[in-house]
Design a protein around this ligand. Structure first.
Ligand code: OGA
Ligand code: MN
Length: 280
């Protein structure tokens, strides 16, 4: 398998791979190892059916279904649709999903392991996704600051996030709220497979750091979020149709960027791989 590093601290591109063909276990193992080492894998020029996307994603683990079930609009409930497109007046996907820095599903006690995002339709300009290495961000902190973070825990709130990100929408249903109670995670987590430590923060999703006074918590979060997405830790992906990206949510954050949604369509399908550990 030919591979190419994409950025000094994140990302490995795998070339000459067609996932519509059967993928030998040995090749999958290499992809899996690449994900641990580089946190993000890019495979371009794919032409996958929804079923092939789901089946490839399942090799990483069980798949989870999104709490916003109104956006599970393909025949495969494992696929969450992100899009500005509507059919007969009904959105086929969640528009403006991920327009802030986050790690997917950090609002669960056991967050997802990774995500497998496939670009079906993309605008000719805009709509890039930014990815940051939270390991590199953590490792760049000085020792005293690392010590200060030790033992700090933060509350991740999907209900809070939804209210901030989607102010103009109908609120979450009782069933959706029941599926997403607030949870607590450490600010620094250790990757269960590589042993590397990383920051575990995010915009909008964290309501506060436990035990700190309100202003202090807000200031520290703002400082950590700003640091985590410093230019040297961030890879910017300009999508082409047929791009597939797998990322490790245990050690990265990502953020969508805007595009002209009146002029262009964007349709992305995401499979979400179940986590196996509680952050610690
Ligand atoms: C996601 C996500 C950002 C984008 O799929 O989890 O946040 O640019 N996507 O579509
Ligand atoms: Mn996301």
């Amino acid at each position: 398998m030919r591979v190419q590093k994409m950025h000094p601290v994140i990302g490995l591109e795998i070339l000459d791979l067609d996932l519509s063909n059967p993928l030998p276990d040995e090749s999958f193992k290499q992809i899996r190892a690449g994900l641990n080492e580089y946190s993000l894998i890019l495979i371009r020029n794919q032409n996958l059916t929804e079923e092939q996307h789901v089946n490839f994603s399942k090799r990483f683990g069980n798949l989870m279904t999104h709490v916003l079930t109104q956006y599970l609009t393909t025949p495969y409930p494992e696929l969450y649709v992100l899009s500005n497109k509507s059919i007969n007046g009904k959105p086929i996907g969640n528009h403006k999903e991920g327009w802030n820095w986050h790690s997917d599903w950090s609002y669960y006690e056991v967050p997802c392991l990774g995500s497998v995002l496939y670009a079906r339709e993309v605008p000719p300009e805009g709509g890039d996704t930014l990815f940051s290495s939270m390991c590199a961000a953590y490792e760049a902190l000085d020792d005293n600051f690392k010590k200060r973070l030790l033992g700090l825990e933060a509350v991740h709130s999907y209900v809070g996030y939804f209210g901030k990100a989607f102010k103009d929408r109908a609120p979450l249903s009782d069933a959706q709220r029941a599926r997403t109670p607030d949870v607590t995670h450490p600010i620094v987590r250790t990757h269960p497979e590589t042993g590397r430590k990383s920051l575990y923060v995010g915009e909008d999703i964290i309501s506060h750091i436990i035990g700190l006074e309100k202003g202090e918590s807000a200031d520290l979060l703002a400082q950590l979020n700003a640091h985590a997405v410093s230019e040297e830790f961030v890879y910017r992906h300009n999508w082409r149709e047929g791009d597939l990206i797998i990322w490790d949510n245990r050690c990265t954050m990502h953020c969508a960027t805007p595009y002209d949604d009146q002029k262009y369509f964007r349709v992305m399908h995401r499979a979400t791989i179940e986590g196996v550990d509680r952050p610690r």
